[in-house]
Design a protein around this ligand. Sequence first.
Ligand SMILES: *[C@@H]1O[C@H](CO)[C@@H](O)[C@H](O)[C@H]1NC(C)=O
Ligand SMILES: *[C@@H]1O[C@H](CO)[C@@H](O)[C@H](O)[C@H]1NC(C)=O
Ligand SMILES: *[C@@H]1O[C@H](CO)[C@@H](O)[C@H](O)[C@H]1NC(C)=O
Ligand SMILES: *[C@@H]1O[C@H](CO)[C@@H](O)[C@H](O)[C@H]1NC(C)=O
Ligand SMILES: *[C@@H]1O[C@H](CO)[C@@H](O)[C@H](O)[C@H]1NC(C)=O
Ligand SMILES: *[C@@H]1O[C@H](CO)[C@@H](O)[C@H](O)[C@H]1NC(C)=O
Ligand SMILES: *[C@@H]1O[C@H](CO)[C@@H](O)[C@H](O)[C@H]1NC(C)=O
Ligand SMILES: *[C@@H]1O[C@H](CO)[C@@H](O)[C@H](O)[C@H]1NC(C)=O
Length: 638
Amino acid sequence: MSPLPLPPLLLLLLLLLLPTVSFSLSIPYPYNFSLHIDCGGLTNSTDVFNTTWISDRYYTGGATAVVSEPLLFVHQQEKTLRYFPISSGKKNCYSVKDVPPGKYFLRTFIAYDNYDGKSHPPSFDVAVEGTLVFSWRSPWPESISRYGAYSDLFVTISDSDADVCFYSIATDSPVIASLELIQVDTDAYTLGNGNGFSNSSILVNYGRISSGSVQWGPGFSNDTDRFGRSWQSDAKFLPRRGKIRAISAIRDVINVEKEPNFFPLKLYQTAAILVGGDGKSGDYLGYELPVDAKLDYLLWFHFAEIDVSVTKAGQRVFDIFVNDVNISRVDIFKSVGSFAAYDWSYVVKNLTNTMLSIKLVPVVGSPTICGVENYAIVPADLKTLPDQATAMRALKESLRVPDRMGWNGDPCAPTTWDAWEGVACHTLKDESALVVSQIDLGNRGLKGYISDQISLLSNLVSLNLSANSLGGGLPEGLGQKSLAKLDLSDNKFTGSIPDSLTSSNLQLVLLNDNQLDGRVPEELYSIGVHGGAIDLSGNKGLCGVPPLRECPLFWGKDGLSTGGKVAIGLSCLFVFCMLLLAIHMCIKRRRNDYDFGLPHELMSLAAKRNRYQRQKSLMALEMESQHAKGFIPTYSSN
Ligand SMILES: *[C@@H]1O[C@H](CO)[C@@H](O)[C@H](O)[C@H]1NC(C)=O
Ligand SMILES: *[C@@H]1O[C@H](CO)[C@@H](O)[C@H](O)[C@H]1NC(C)=O
Ligand SMILES: *[C@@H]1O[C@H](CO)[C@@H](O)[C@H](O)[C@H]1NC(C)=O
Ligand SMILES: *[C@@H]1O[C@H](CO)[C@@H](O)[C@H](O)[C@H]1NC(C)=O
Ligand SMILES: *[C@@H]1O[C@H](CO)[C@@H](O)[C@H](O)[C@H]1NC(C)=O
Ligand SMILES: *[C@@H]1O[C@H](CO)[C@@H](O)[C@H](O)[C@H]1NC(C)=O
Ligand SMILES: *[C@@H]1O[C@H](CO)[C@@H](O)[C@H](O)[C@H]1NC(C)=O
Ligand SMILES: *[C@@H]1O[C@H](CO)[C@@H](O)[C@H](O)[C@H]1NC(C)=O
């Protein structure tokens, strides 16, 4: 029987439906964003495990290199590197834009292999989303220096930009060989309310063990893992005590690949069993995991009863001890039956040792385990207020800040690193975020202009851009309430002084030696009256306050003042009358051009003075002493 020909529209519909149908047969998995970057790689490639690696991109600077012995490395993406020499700045990043907000698995491959011939593996830090996660310190262990190492973590990205930043220690060049970012279930590795840790904490892998197995998973074998996790053999983590036997499942294990953690089937197909354990010998099945005692840890235990000789509850019972504290009694069969996955998690706090010990102590029969994961719970560091980070990026563009200053990633975070060069930050009183308090870029050869986004820096106390070649107008947004010191002297700024500059707590205003013009706002002048310092000299076009020349009649800061306009309106009739008279007189005789300017002696006097410091009155001195305490800003870094 031949199939009926379908009308084209229906055929099209069917074709559209087909992928959905086949998709719904497997597990619906909406988290499909993934990125595999071959750092330093020039071409796209697909590896033996069918992972597509894209050529190097999303970096803020640096250069490419190749390891010295490429044949020692398995994959193409492991052989090429990106390094960030100090000429690219102290802080460089991979910044991936337009990342769907959610939770991500992030993995780096870091290798050195003497690529630069200096036999000095670099010291550097790595921060993810503004939180310090890895610290590489020279010298590296020999095997890592030669063959490289993978590191991974889970992180929540809420702002659609994934930032992985590198910070040079001393003048070393951070280095990276590959970077992977894979979206995972939003609820992955979360615990019930109250029992867990903040959503925004980063989970850094301190051991992901598959018991009774060799290393497998992405990058190591064709076995897949939805999250891109790779599982290590347990051989390295066994303590001396207790002999262990590996067993394999003779049939499939159920309850695997379940949301939110999608633990793969392969994890439950092998297990370790204590040999001859019966609780009397004092033997136990255990692992020892190296940790950093400053942090808390999230442990995930994976069990399955894959031994066919266990047929009912009570035949295999054991207690789990973590750092010699009994935390739970386990009877896998009683909980889920046989050939079914059983996962159990626990948070370890208050460590006193750099080795975390896990012991499965027999009660009945021999203990067994399929795997265990250990994650350091790294609390998210404070970040710069998003508005202020935006403003700083705009300033980086507009001021054309050179690469060597390393203005990349978050301007202030992580708090353990210095802020961007020339920038000082402090923590908001409520400890919710970091803010920019000081920008000090005097004499840096800057050539751009000041972006009006500077108005977003609402905690800026001091701005020094003196002795550069900056041009353009002074933005209206300058003069935030917080601003106390402003030094824009010796640039090429043009236009008038914005009114906004008067509404602040300014104590020092240096605008001398620019090309500003127009009327100086009266309130700006009063800074001097209140004991502050102000210098407007060396701007040919400014007028209106002593010792500058007076402004032409009716001359506002941008030309005619409002008062001037009113005056003009009122005297319109008068002017009209005078016009008639003038025409009459002009016809009669030529006269000199009307000049509103000051006498020449006064002009030159103003030009000679470098800084304008108004004579202090007694009252002003009093006010100054009151201000003195509040004026000197304190910058704390955390
Ligand atoms: C990922 O999933 C979303 C819906 O969840 C879909 O709109 C998008 O096209 C998918 N992207 C890819 C590359 O499959
Ligand atoms: C690599 O693939 C990406 C798309 O994934 C493409 O945009 C890019 O042009 C490719 N690069 C090269 C060098 O072929
Ligand atoms: C590799 O992936 C492509 C699509 O991404 C698929 O068509 C192909 O069958 C895969 N090959 C192997 C060997 O898995
Ligand atoms: C964690 O974050 C997700 C998405 O941002 C949110 O839906 C969930 O309620 C959060 N859980 C907790 C315990 O805060
Ligand atoms: C993975 O599968 C591909 C194609 O099936 C094969 O060529 C490759 O050798 C396998 N790799 C490993 C490590 O088994
Ligand atoms: C360990 O703790 C469990 C409860 O969590 C308890 O049932 C068991 O008896 C304890 N084992 C020992 C040896 O104290
Ligand atoms: C850890 O130590 C803190 C204080 O040092 C204490 O309040 C807390 O209860 C301890 N937590 C555990 C799980 O022992
Ligand atoms: C601004 O920076 C310049 C150059 O670093 C320096 O000479 C000047 O004293 C600074 N201005 C203020 C007000 O500190």
